[in-house]
Ligand binder design. Sequence first.
Ligand SMILES: [Fe+2]
Ligand SMILES: [Fe+2]
Length: 481
Amino acid sequence: MNVMNVDYTTKIPNNVNLAEDRQVLKALEGWHPGYLDWWNDMGPEGFQESLVYLRTAISVDPKGWAKFDYVRMPEYRWGVLLAPQDEARLVNFGQHKGEKAWQEVPGEYRAMLRRLVVIQGDTEPASVEQQRHLGKTAPSLYDMRNLFQVNVEEGRHLWAMVYLLQKYFGRDGREEADDLLRRRSGDEDSPRMLGAFNEATPDWLSFFMFTFFTDRDGKMQLESLAQSGFDPLSRTTRFMLTEEAHHMFVGETGVGRVLQRTCEAMKAAGIEDPNDIEKVRALGVIDLPTMQKKMNLHYSLSLDLFGSEVSTNAANFYNAGLKGRFQETKIEDDHRLTDDIYQVLKMVDGEIKLVDEPALTALNMRLRDDYTADCAKGVERWNKIIEKAGVNFRLELPHTAFHRQIGEFANVQATPKGIIVSDAEWARIRNDYLPSTADGDFISSLMTPVSEPGKFANWISPPKVGIDNKPGDFEYVKIAA
Ligand SMILES: [Fe+2]
Ligand SMILES: [Fe+2]
């Protein structure tokens, strides 16, 4: 079969020849009803019968892989899609560098590899659970459609990881696949595996921040898994990255449109001081200092997803050829890193210092630094919007030590500028830097739904162009009565 095109004749659309892989097909078909139960329980609440203008992957050809049409979400064709195999592909880093890429799981790395797949897999349904109430307060049909697009694709990413578990990890893979449907975001007894995926996403600003900052962590993790010497994992994650780009687009343009609207409203009302919060809020838009606080929160939560700065696990994953660096093959070094160093921010005698560490154990820190650089570019694009509107205000990423729960800075309190403060001082200034309950209440008060085609809530600007080039008044969701 041609891997570019997807086989829709089996119950599970795929380009991995499932029709002739009876055992895996059976395992996936066995898992399918549980998945649908999970989707109906934990997927977008209240819109399962609505017709949503969604894209579905029908090919993995970069030139044209998606088709758009109205779909009821439970009928979305969640498929298993891998980027085409490159027969000549090698293991490109670690102690096996230069060997042919593995088509089967190397026995000695089975447990490590399974763990990587499960951790990635667990994040996918988690964000759907976190976002399930947002449909009811969507600021427009355009935004509602984007939310649902992100949701169904996170569902597909879960399928992608479950395929790997069921095809390559036998019985324990099947058990892990079932557990992925059992855990729940924020649940006391069986929470999702990573912190940020157990936080609430209570409003649309949180959703946009989440898709900018937390989906971008996802991008970095997928990029490093796309380097894997285990070829099926590489091929799976490469195609997931194609979809992931839209999620970050939703986040970046979402926040950008909020900034745009706030600045325009301020200008129209003749408000020059962005810190005159009450006056700005009286216009029914979100003031810029609150935007900064939301950013502080979501960025710091996402930094925690990279794990400890110094980690032997990260070194082991790399040595084994399972998880590489961001853009590994474009880096010019020996790709083994056995004698290299990397500078890591650490607490030394109560001060934050850059310390030399073996490059191998510092790989989490390195990936996090690449992430920060990627975030910073987006923040600059946001600042351009503010600047162009003629408002005197700049958004800034907080210091790495700010508001951390994992790693070197988990036990200290620091300001966004990276100044260490006492717990008492922190308690006093916390609400200057992170959203307070009152900030959250204000944002919630703006979340009234707008469902007339072409109309947008007052706190957000319309997008510059429609999805699939549709006109401004296109009915992206036909809401079922
Ligand atoms: Fe995803
Ligand atoms: Fe995503």
